[in-house]
Design a protein around this ligand. Structure first.
Ligand SMILES: [Zn+2]
Ligand SMILES: [Zn+2]
Length: 311
């Protein structure tokens, strides 16, 4: 009965279980990144697939993405199994020979009971954004907001943009049933959210390609993108739509920086016939609604031009 150790074999398979929210932690193996994220096994791409780091885009075998805590845990489980087996083997070798005769020496071997070696338990970390990939349905969690889907490798920026635009649409819908003052506030807020969502989105995808471009002034952004990426992200828009997008972005500038009061710069930059310097700007629900559609189209075009239609 001394085969406990031998029976363990030389290969161990230690399951890494999901936490109470269904997540398993992962860590990018690239030294400069070591980004931590979580995925939900069973959602996303079916069958074996390589893992994509959401932060740096590194693609590698899923087995190279274990966290140090998971490896330490697995090692401690193996060490416990081995030491337990050794203990049992030694225990089965216990003997006790009584001394016999006048000069006999008694020999014995007793294996002391001991507390088993501890298992190195771990907890997965809290992350900032949970995403359900709209391409492969993987549920994952990351720091920050933007990232590549760990399963299918699609960048989530377009999905995040759509989600923010959807929220702005909801604000506009609320404005229809609010009193005038609150309605104005909701519409202005929706506009600010549309512009900052587009700015965050545009900056992120340009940063993925090493370019630093801001999108709060879409006229300037259009020129910069042409210069850096050699395409026009507004080439699918007619002049009318482009002009009204520019005007609404300028209105956002007034709301954010001038308490909504029209200045000369606004009059110069936009073709707004009703605008008078020193008066408050009016932002209509319909023009913000239209702007959302336009921004969505610009976003898709920008994404296709900078990142490519698929990864
Ligand atoms: Zn990485
Ligand atoms: Zn995906």
């Amino acid at each position: 009965m001394t085969n406990h150790l031998r029976n363990l074999g030389t290969q161990f398979s230690i399951p890494i279980n999901a936490d109470e929210h269904g997540y398993v932690g992962r860590e990018c193996p690239i030294k400069e990144c070591l980004g931590y994220f979580k995925i939900t096994p069973g959602t996303g791409v079916k069958g074996p697939a390589p893992c994509h780091c959401p932060y740096c885009g590194h693609i590698g075998k899923s087995s190279t993405f274990f966290t140090p805590e998971q490896i330490e845990y697995a090692q401690s489980v193996v060490i416990r199994k081995v030491t337990d087996a050794i203990h049992k083997d030694l225990k089965s070798l216990e003997f006790e020979h009584k001394p016999s005769g006048m000069f006999g020496i008694g020999l014995s071997m007793k294996v002391q009971d001991r507390s088993p070696l501890p298992i190195s338990h771990y907890r997965e970390r809290q992350l900032e954004t949970e995403v359900v990939c709209d391409n492969c349905t993987l549920r994952y969690a990351i720091y920050g907001v933007f990232g590549w889907c760990p399963d299918c490798g699609v960048h989530n920026s377009l999905q995040i943009l759509s989600k923010n635009l959807e929220l702005a649409r909801k604000q506009l819908a609320l404005a229809t049933s609010a009193d005038a003052e609150l309605a104005n506030h909701l519409i202005g807020d929706a506009l600010e959210n549309v512009v900052s969502a587009f700015d965050g989105f545009g900056r992120e995808i340009c940063a993925q390609k090493g370019a630093d471009i801001r999108f709060q002034n879409i006229g300037v952004a259009r020129l910069k993108v042409k210069e850096v990426f050699a395409f026009d992200f507004a080439d699918t828009l007619n002049a009318n739509d482009w002009n009204s997008a520019c005007r609404v972005f300028q209105k956002r500038h007034l709301l954010a920086h001038k308490m909504g009061v029209i200045d000369d710069e606004y009059i110069q930059r936009t073709n707004d016939p009703g605008a008078v310097a020193g008066r408050k700007i009016r932002v209509g629900r319909d023009e913000v609604n239209d702007a959302i559609g336009i921004v969505e189209a610009l976003g898709r075009r920008l994404f296709a031009g900078v990142i490519g239609s698929s990864s």
